[in-house]
Design a protein around this ligand. Structure first.
Ligand code: SAM
Length: 338
């Protein structure tokens, strides 16, 4: 496959696409508050009250409508910066104090200050090096600042075509960056250095529609092996039980409260393969309604029984675990009906 560099990608009709929704407002039906699951002004007002000043950076801001609405409503002291590749900004924006809209690519643009809130609403879908932008933006947060950006992990692949969804989700979690799989939103409080063992290889603008229904860009990365592989250490003994009270995951002899059924969003079983790291195992992933998830490995006691019990509770046949491909989403076993 021919992978595009940033220059070619930014000329692509998928990125310069008129059908894109660039008009989200601050709140309401088609809005930042709704899609991110947080209201930007709720994050900024306490900062304004405490420090008399606050700053919001919105990457891939589209027309900047949400920013113009915030600038119109917020008390003095709020500075807002929006960045978009396309110079097609809301006509109200230029007259509003404290709002600066910049025409630039987030692949190159760098700020000269820190921000209390950084957002990117449905913007990374069109960016090549999504993880590079994410890593840079996380260093621009002020202490205690909030980061929230849509990121579709299904659009991240290893250079050999292996889906990197689970690998990236795990690496983010280990780096202290949360991922809400239901909203597909990455969040973080406070700045951090995100140093992932992945090197950007290029983008594919022919990947087709993503979960939003719009054609989007897939991003390819080469895994970097750093250091030497450690001697195998026996994993900590864990066991899992699924019963009427919920899901019990026990580490060693620890006694833990079960995860109640009302907190379980859905459960999937999948095969996780990272050839370069010698990893090949089955995983039961239990996504919780508040965005966290729990992973149980096939080496954990009770794995097969837990998979079968989830399937039984949704009236589905237990999957044939010997036939699972290393696909990114796995086989759904159970889902809560809201
Ligand atoms: C779906 S729109 C979302 C716009 C806005 N956040 C909203 O929700 O209304 C995606 C935006 O990303 C912008 N974009 C795509 N690639 C970009 C890049 N490399 N740098 C900056 N903006 C980019 C597009 O021009 C477009 O305005």
């Amino acid at each position: 496959m021919r992978l595009l560099d940033d220059e070619a990608l930014e000329r692509s009709s998928v990125v310069a696409n008129n059908a894109m929704n660039r008009e989200r407002g601050l709140d309401g039906v088609n809005s930042y508050a709704r899609d991110l699951g947080l209201h930007p002004l709720d994050r900024l007002r306490p900062r304004l009250a405490d420090h008399g000043a606050a700053a919001w950076l919105d990457l891939c801001c589209g027309q900047g409508r949400a920013l113009a609405e915030a600038a119109g409503q917020a008390p003095d002291g709020l500075e807002i910066v929006g960045v978009d590749l396309v110079d097609h900004f809301d006509s109200r924006a230029s007259a509003l104090d404290g709002l600066t809209l910049v025409t630039a690519s987030v692949a190159q643009w760098r700020p000269d200050r820190a921000f209390d809130l950084i957002t990117c609403v449905h913007g990374l879908h069109y960016v090549g090096d999504k993880l590079g932008v994410l890593a840079r933006a996380l260093t621009w947060l002020s202490p205690g600042g909030t980061f929230a950006a849509h990121l579709d992990l299904a659009s991240i692949q290893l250079a050999d075509g292996t889906p990197a969804t689970r690998l990236v989700r795990r690496l983010l979690r280990e780096a202290g960056v949360a991922y809400d799989a239901r909203r597909r939103v990455v969040t973080r409080t406070g700045p951090t250095v995100l140093d992932l063992p992945l090197e950007y290889a290029g983008a594919d603008d022919q990947a087709g529609p993503n979960y939003t229904g719009q054609p989007a860009v897939d991003s390819y990365y080469r895994p970097l092996r750093t250091g030497t592989r450690p001697d195998p250490v026996p994993p900590p003994r864990r066991s899992v039980v699924v019963d009427d009270r919920g899901v019990h995951v026990v580490h060693g002899d620890a006694v833990v409260e079960p995860i109640p059924w009302e907190d379980v969003h859905y459960a999937t079983v999948s095969r996780f393969v990272v050839e370069i790291a010698g990893v090949d195992h089955l995983e039961l992933t239990i996504d919780l309604v508040y965005g966290h998830y729990v992973t149980v490995l096939d080496s954990d006691e009770g794995f097969g029984a837990a998979v079968a019990e989830f399937a039984r509770r949704s009236g589905r046949p237990a999957p044939d675990l010997s036939c699972l491909d290393a696909g990114h989403d796995g086989v759904e076993l159970w889902r809560q009906q809201f």
